[in-house]
Ligand binder design. Structure first.
Ligand code: GDP
Length: 433
């Protein structure tokens, strides 16, 4: 999917425009309301063309002067995006900071669309001609507050998308390795690739900086998403939390299965939960990988203790298998491909309606449905509407009676009946009289 970044100095309205364009995601059913939603990276769509949207304005580097922040944003956009939307403001006119960003963007070897925000009425839309002086072609007047002008802007953006390449990844299972800095992502990727003798190719991203690496294990092709992003080091923004979240989101979007890496030596941190929550919310297959297992003092209870702690801290990931390994000594690294394959299969699993309804009938027969104000919930039948993750519609007499606890009960029945390990399951209640 093409990636579009919005850049511009503070207060021009980047977040407002971002929120207007970003698509809302159907939330995965979950019992942990604490999962954070960082809207720096969001799926979006225009006229049937899907793309991802980045708000680089959300990546702030602590204590850096304004100009450093703006430069970092423009650099991030130039690395991450296929098309850059440079947002300026009609209220302030052309500023020095705008000119600075424009000069940087000349060097980007990517299409740049100039959008002028706060052009709220026809007179103001006449005033945008000053912005031709930025040397970036036609300015597109928009109003984030009113939502006007976005159609024309998006037409221009979509027209610049790179021509669709033949999908090089055919049957390969795409997965990514995410986690906070220093958990050992880069070490694990190297360890996986070191174990696998057949590295087929590096697949260059279209115009982006992402490089995906492909290998084959036991006849199955796999693609590790964005190995370049995992290994790269050095730019000032690369260790900011927001940027690593952005990278993680971008990798998650393109993966079927996500390995969430935790550092056994350092233990579970807040940031680990944040990253794990992103994978869960996106509905991907998830495997929790505890790295640096070589570095902890162990006795016969260590694994059980760490497992209990993970289950307690990541309750919404109760479906994710846990692997204890060492990227350093390669202990158990070779078990990963088979596990990733299994999770990918479960993520795509489809259950026929008749089998599904056998399970439902049994569940309803053994456990009475809940009642509320004297009314009893009835679940008439269920049908799977999609996979990746498996998503089921449950037809009921009254959606208000379908409480979360009962949905979880149904999810557990499905997990007991079929192998859904590693994948979230979504149940959507629908009213049927
Ligand atoms: P990244 O930032 O997540 O990519 O982490 P790196 O792969 O750069 O690793 C961070 C640090 O942890 C480095 O010093 C690694 O040598 C070390 N490290 C990575 N994996 C292991 C492991 O399995 N065991 C031990 N003891 N150290 C590890």
């Amino acid at each position: 999917k093409p990636v579009v970044a919005i850049v511009g100095r503070p207060n021009v309205g980047k977040s407002t425009i971002f929120n207007r364009i970003a698509k809302k995601r159907i939330a995965i059913v979950e019992d942990q309301p604490g999962v954070t939603r960082d809207r720096l990276y969001a799926p979006a769509e225009w006229l049937g063309q899907e793309f991802s949207l980045i708000d680089t304005g959300g990546i702030d580097i602590d204590d850096a002067p304004l100009m450093t922040q703006i430069v970092a944003q423009a650099q991030i956009a130039m690395e991450e995006a296929d098309v850059i939307v440079f947002l300026v403001s009609n209220q302030e006119g052309v500023t020095e900071a705008d000119e600075h960003v424009a000069r940087m963007l000349y060097k980007a070897d990517k299409p740049v669309i100039l959008a002028v925000n706060k052009a709220d009425n026809p007179e103001q839309r006449q005033e945008i001609y000053d912005f031709y002086s930025l040397g970036l072609g036609d300015p597109y007047p928009v109003s984030g507050v009113q939502g006007t002008g976005l159609g024309d802007l998006l037409d221009a953006v979509v027209a610049k998308f790179p021509a669709k390449q033949a999908d090089a990844n055919d049957d390969s299972i795409e997965f990514s390795v995410i986690g906070r800095p220093n958990v050992g992502k880069s070490s694990l990727v190297n360890a996986i690739l070191g174990e696998e003798r057949v590295i087929v190719s590096n697949i260059e991203g279209t115009t982006r900086d992402a490089i995906d690496t492909r290998f084959t294990d036991d006849g199955q092709a796999f693609t590790i998403i964005d190995t370049a992003g995992i290994r790269k080091r050095g730019k000032i923004w690369e260790n900011t939390e927001k940027y690593s979240v952005l990278r993680a989101q971008s990798a998650i979007e393109r993966s079927a299965v996500v390995l969430v890496l935790i550092d056994a030596e350092a233990g579970i941190r807040e940031q680990d939960k944040h990253v794990a929550g992103l994978a869960h919310e996106a509905g991907r297959g998830v495997i929790i990988v505890v790295n640096k297992w070589d570095a902890v003092h162990k006795d016969t209870h260590s694994m059980k203790k760490f497992t209990d702690e993970i289950r307690g801290q990541f309750q919404y990931l109760d479906y994710a298998p846990i692997v204890f390994l060492s990227a350093k000594t390669h202990q158990r690294v070779s078990t990963l491909p088979a596990l990733i394959k299994k999770v990918a299969e479960n993520h795509e699993r489809r259950i026929t309606s008749s089998t599904l309804n056998d399970v439902l009938l049994k569940a309803v027969a053994t456990t009475p449905t809940p009642t509320s104000n004297g009314k009893r919930l009835r679940v008439y039948y269920m049908t799977q509407v999609k996979s990746g993750p498996p998503t089921f519609v449950a037809f009921v007499n009254n959606v208000d009676l379908m409480h979360f606890s009962y949905q979880r009960f149904l999810v557990n029945q499905l997990r007991a009946a079929f192998d859904f390990s590693g994948t979230p399951i979504v149940i959507v209640p629908r009213q049927r009289k």
